[in-house]
Structures are given as C-alpha cells and as structure tokens.
Design a protein around this ligand. Structure first.
Ligand code: IPE
Ligand code: IPE
Ligand code: MG
Length: 245
C-alpha cells in the first residue's frame, strides 16, 4: 500500500502546500479602461506583490506564478519590452523579500535575458536562500514542454556519458531534472480571466492538481479575498490520486 504521505501533500490545515497562479487578464483589464496594455501589466505586477505577501502571511508554503511564457515572445516587441522593463524594476526591489522571510526562485530559461537581469535573479535567489516562509517561484520564459525537452537532453547526455542507464530513469529522477526540482508537485492551480486552460504551465507537476478557474476576475483585480475564495473551493474538493478516496 502506498503510504498516505506520498499521495497527500496537503498540510494539516487542509491548505494546499503548493499553489500555482496563472496571472492572466492584464491586457483585457487595460482595454476595459481604454489604457495601453502595458498599464495592465503594471497593475498586474502590483497585484502580484500584494498576493505574494498575503500568501506568506497566511502560511502558504509554496506559490508559483506564471509571469512570462515561452510563447509570449510572439507578442509585439513593444509589449514584450514593457514586460521586461517591469521585471527589471521588480527585481530591484526583491532584496526586501529576504527580510520578509520569503524565498525566491526563478523557473525557466533565463539565458534569454540581458546579463543584468540574470544577475539580479541570481542575487535575489542567493539573498533569500535561507528564508523559511513562503517559497515564491516566478516562471519566466517558462514553458512546460521546453522544461521537459531540457530535462530529456540532460538525461540523454548523462546516459551518453555513462553516468546512468536508461532503465534508471523513473518519475522521481525525471522530477529532479526539471526547473522545479526542489519544489513539491502543485496542488492547486488558479487562473482568473475566464480562460480554462494551462497554456503550457507546470504540465508535469500539475498531473493531480485541482483547478480553480475564475471567470469574473481579471488578474489586476485579484484580491486577497479572491485567494481566500479559491482556497475555500479547494478545501471542498475530494482528491483521490487514482484511489477510491
Ligand atoms: C497575462 O495577461 C500576462 C502575460 C501573459 C504576460 P495577458 O497579457 O495575457 O492579458 P489578456 O489575456 O490579453 O487579457
Ligand atoms: C499564460 O497566459 C501565460 C501567463 C499568464 C504568463 P496567456 O495569455 O499567454 O495564455 P493564452 O495565450 O491565452 O493561452
Ligand atoms: Mg492572456
């Protein structure tokens, strides 16, 4: 029999251990107000600050936010540039997270960004590495498929070098080759804005996640109370992991 601890990652309060948030709807939020899309992203960044702090305050252990996907490069250059500028500004204030006991990580291929951005990411990770509160991950230039390809290449290289044999590869090992190697599987994925899809977010890690899709809320309007509602919905779910529950 599989021990319960392997199947269940809820903590004793019934809260999810790891929440994923697809921060969608910034563009529509701006459009509704007759504003340029970049102001929607700015408002979305403010919401992210608030929700990260709130998650830390209520004792969430892991939160991963989808900031920029491998597919988002398809957007007009002006919009992509404005998102990267927001990221740069945000990284400058990230030193504060260590003081708030929030540990920061970045998931995705960061080599696509300028050196100063890569350095700031590394600095934020290092400065906050000993924090014991919320583990806050930002998925940036992240795609679930790209992550699996990256892992497959590393595994194949290790096999070619004689460091492992193909039969050594199992689900645990696969997990250790992903960007999320030191994070638990995601328990709850929240997506505002009325889109009912993953859009290439955490496709491996979400195998048994619960989903809360919010069709009345665009990300910049997402409030701590909205997170509370999603958590309450999660607590009503019956997770079975293939068993009979
Ligand atoms: C999410 O908001 C932010 C990013 C994808 C970077 P969108 O920009 O996708 O907002 P909508 O979906 O166009 O409203
Ligand atoms: C997903 O949103 C990516 C982020 C929120 C960063 P998109 O707006 O890019 O997703 P699609 O294109 O509607 O599927
Ligand atoms: Mg969108």
């Amino acid at each position: 029999m599989v021990p319960e601890a392997v199947c269940m990652s809820e903590n004793q309060t019934g809260l999810p251990v790891h929440i994923g948030i697809i921060m969608d709807g910034n563009g529509r939020w701006a459009k509704k107000r007759g504003l340029p899309r970049k102001l929607g992203h700015k408002a979305g960044a403010n919401t992210f600050r608030e929700i990260a702090r709130y998650a830390n305050k209520i004792g969430i252990q892991y939160m991963t936010a989808y900031v920029f996907s491998t597919e988002n490069w398809k957007r007009p250059k002006e919009e992509v540039d404005s998102i990267i500028e927001l990221l740069r500004a945000y990284l400058n204030e990230m030193d504060g997270y260590a003081k708030e006991n929030i540990r920061v990580r970045f998931l995705g291929d960061r080599t696509a960004f300028d050196q100063d951005i890569q350095q700031k990411m590394q600095r934020a990770e290092e400065k906050s590495a000993s924090a014991t509160g919320l583990n806050l991950s930002l998925a940036i230039n992240y795609g679930g498929r790209a992550e699996l390809v990256h892992a497959a290449r590393k595994l194949a290289a290790a096999a070619a070098a004689g460091e492992l044999s193909p039969s050594d590869i199992d689900e645990d090992m696969m997990g250790r080759y992903l960007y999320t190697c030191d994070l638990p599987d995601v328990d709850l994925i929240i997506r505002p804005s009325g889109e009912y899809r993953l859009s290439n977010f955490l496709i491996w890690q979400a195998a048994y996640a619960e989903y809360v899709f919010l069709d009345q809320v665009l990300w910049p309007d997402f409030k701590p109370a909205t997170l509370d509602q999603a958590l309450a919905e999660y607590q009503r779910r019956n997770r079975r992991f293939g068993g009979i529950g």
